[in-house]
Structures are given as C-alpha cells and as structure tokens.
Write a protein that binds this ligand. Structure first.
Ligand code: FES
Ligand SMILES: [Fe+2]
Length: 386
C-alpha cells in the first residue's frame, strides 16, 4: 500500500516507523510493546488517517440495532459523518450525513425516519438518499433535483455487524474474514438481541484501547472484581497463522460464571463450546467477545491522539433473553456489570496513555497471552510503513 502523504513525517515519525517495523518483524518470543511515542506522534496519526481510517472497514454497530425500515444510527469514518439506515427492501445502506444544500448535518444519534429532512431548510431525502423535496428553489438555474443524491458508501453485514468503508477498492469483508467464519458461526450471534448501546469518550490513544481489549493477560488483575474471576487463561488458544485484517483467541469461562456460558435452553453448542468464548479483533478498531450467551463489542474512532470515541454494545442470546423472569431488572444488572468492566478498562488505558509520555517509558517484553498485540503491530507496520 502506498503511503499517501510523507510530507507530514518528521524525523521522529520516521524513527517511530522504523522501530514499529523492527518490532513487527521480529519473532514473537522476541517481541516487545510498540514504542511509547507511537500513540502521541501527530505524524503517525496523520498516516493512520490516510492509510487506515480512509481505507479499511470499520464497524458502525449492529444490524439488529436498526431492525425496521427507516431505523438509523449515525457514525463517522475517517471524520466523515455518515448514517446507516435500513431501507424498504430490508438492506442496510450508508450515506453521507451532510446535506447537499449547505452542508448541515442531517441526523444525530439514532432513530427512525422514512424521510430524512434537513433541520436547516428542510431539503428532504428518501431512504435511498435521493432528494425528494426542496422548497423555494424555482429560480435557481443550477438546481436539478433529480441529480441530487447523498453520496453512498460501501456497507457489508457480517454476522450481524455493520461494516462501512470509504474505500471503493477495499476487499470485501466476507473475503477478508473468511478464516474467522468457522470460529464465530457456531454462536449464531446475528440473532442475539441488543440490550444496550452507548457512546463514550476516553482519554487515551485508540491503539492502547485496541491492545487492551485484545489481550487476556490483564483480566485476572484489572478485572479481578468482574470478568477476571471466571476466565480460564491457561486455556487460551491463538490461531496458528497471522492474518492481515484480524486476529482472535479463544478461552474458557468457569462453569459458575454469571455471564459467558451456554444457557440450558441452548441445544446447539456442544461440549467445551458451551463455555468457550471467542474474542476477535477486526483491525483497526472493532473488538468483541462472542460468548455462548452474550456478545459484547467495542468499536473505536480516534479523536486526535489523546482521546478515543468508544461505541459499546451488548446483545444477548435469545434463550437467555427470553428466560429472564424480570427482564428489565436482569438487563439493568447486566448493564451495571458491563459498565463496571468498562470502567476498569478505562482506568488502565488512560493510565497507560499518561505513562506513555514519560521519558523513561520503554517498550516491555510481551507475555504469551499478548500474542494479539504482536499481530496488531504487524497490521500497523503493514499499513503505515510501506
Ligand atoms: S443545509 Fe440542508 S436544507 Fe439547507
Ligand atoms: Fe479489559
């Protein structure tokens, strides 16, 4: 992949890239953390914007979060405001969230609308992004209603996730994630029922949160009060191969775990799969825990080098969702539980970002449980240094 803009690269950026390439290309047993300033350098952030965010697929949310025609959610890709909407034919489509009149943002948050009406002068678009109403335009000689349409972006649904890219030439998600297919298919997570989605901003670099979510090493320590208590870390299994666009691992949950094992009414998962979780990261920024009873995902957008916008969601296996006697109370408890887990993660990833500015910060060696971090380093080196 060609680097788009090398002018932004200072000597420090070049030094960081060389260091990244060296770390990424060494054997895993020799691998270390990435250089600390990689998460602070503006030149690196610029390269990420051009070579990652404008080119790769990002996850905007779950198709099940917008189940009906006209349901939409807003997001952004490489700072481009977008919205994903379900059309009359049940397809999820993605459009620029910028009015073709005078650039007003059309939609905010989530909702349902059969027509998208701009809050500024009421130009109105249908579910295919086509302009259908624009008042008081009869005297304009350059207004051609039939030609005005919101730009549409490539969208693919993969096991219930909505992936979007600005890149017309990107390889399809289906092809990129083929080797991941067998790992997640058994859970049927596209049919899990969403119970929560939230947006937060944390004070850290996006890469530090990606790394944190990918590794189980911190679970018994940083999450000892929550998920850490149930994880069988020594059962962790990584793929034999290193893949270009994703990584994953599987691990087990203790049989008495509150969340993470198959409900008694689940008759499709057998033997150890009843308590096994798969944890993929689709690079650059989509991480999830797919367990027999729930799916928990994060998708990230950088906000400069020192902040990250975090979209967080949880969905539940139908047999668990339908088994609750008091669903409202059970979902409330689940949300409180995951809020606690997120808070535990926020503390550490904000702490690492603070640590990264120390002149004494140094890239430490990786545990065998941090194999995914080395996979991520290879992805970053591949995208940023060619
Ligand atoms: S900016 Fe949208 S109608 Fe004017
Ligand atoms: Fe964590």
């Amino acid at each position: 992949m060609d680097r788009i803009n090398v002018d932004c690269c200072t000597e420090e950026t070049e030094r960081l890239l060389s260091h990244l390439v060296a770390v990424a290309s060494c054997k895993f047993e020799d691998a270390t953390n990435m250089p600390p300033n990689l998460c602070r350098d503006l030149g690196i952030a610029h390269l990420e914007h051009e070579n990652i965010w404008k080119r790769d697929w990002v996850c905007a949310g779950l198709a099940a979060e917008i189940p009906n025609a006209g349901d939409y959610l807003t997001y952004s890709v490489a700072d481009e405001a977008i919205y994903c909407i379900r059309d009359e034919k049940n397809s999820v489509r993605t459009y620029s969230n910028v009015c073709r009149h005078r650039m007003m943002q059309l939609l905010e948050g989530r909702g349902n609308s059969q027509r998208i009406t701009c809050p500024y002068h009421a130009w109105t678009y249908d579910l295919k992004g086509k302009l259908v109403v624009a008042g008081q335009m009869q005297q304009s000689k350059v207004f051609e209603k039939a030609k005005i349409c919101l730009p549409e972006f490539r969208t693919e649904i993969w096991h219930g996730f909505i992936y979007v890219t600005l890149n017309k030439d990107a390889q399809s998600v289906k092809e990129l994630l083929t080797p991941l297919e067998d790992q997640v298919a058994r859970y049927d997570m596209a049919n899990y029922i969403p119970v929560v989605n939230q947006d937060h901003t944390w004070n850290t670099n996006w890469k530090l949160l990606t790394e944190n979510f990918m590794e189980g090493y911190h679970l018994p320590v940083a999450h000892k009060e929550t998920v850490g208590a149930w994880v069988g870390l020594n059962d962790t299994v990584f793929p034999d191969e290193v893949y270009e666009s994703f990584t994953y691992q599987t691990f087990t949950k203790a049989k008495g775990a509150t969340y993470g094992t198959a409900h008694a009414d689940n008759t499709t998962l057998k033997e150890h799969w009843r308590y096994t979780t798969v944890m993929p990261t689709v690079f650059p920024s989509h991480m999830y825990v797919c367990a027999p009873d729930h799916m928990w995902y994060l998708t990230l957008r950088p906000r400069g080098v020192g902040q990250v916008d975090v979209r967080f969601g949880v969905s539940l296996a139908p047999e668990l969702y339908h088994s609750f006697e008091n669903r409202e109370q059970s979902v409330k408890e689940l949300i409180e539980f995951f809020d606690k887990v997120n808070e535990e993660d926020r503390q550490v990833v904000e702490g690492i970002f603070k640590g990264s500015k120390s002149e004494y910060a140094t890239p430490g060696p990786l545990s065998w449980l941090e194999r995914s971090i080395h996979d991520f380093e290879q992805y970053l080196a591949n995208r940023l240094s060619k």
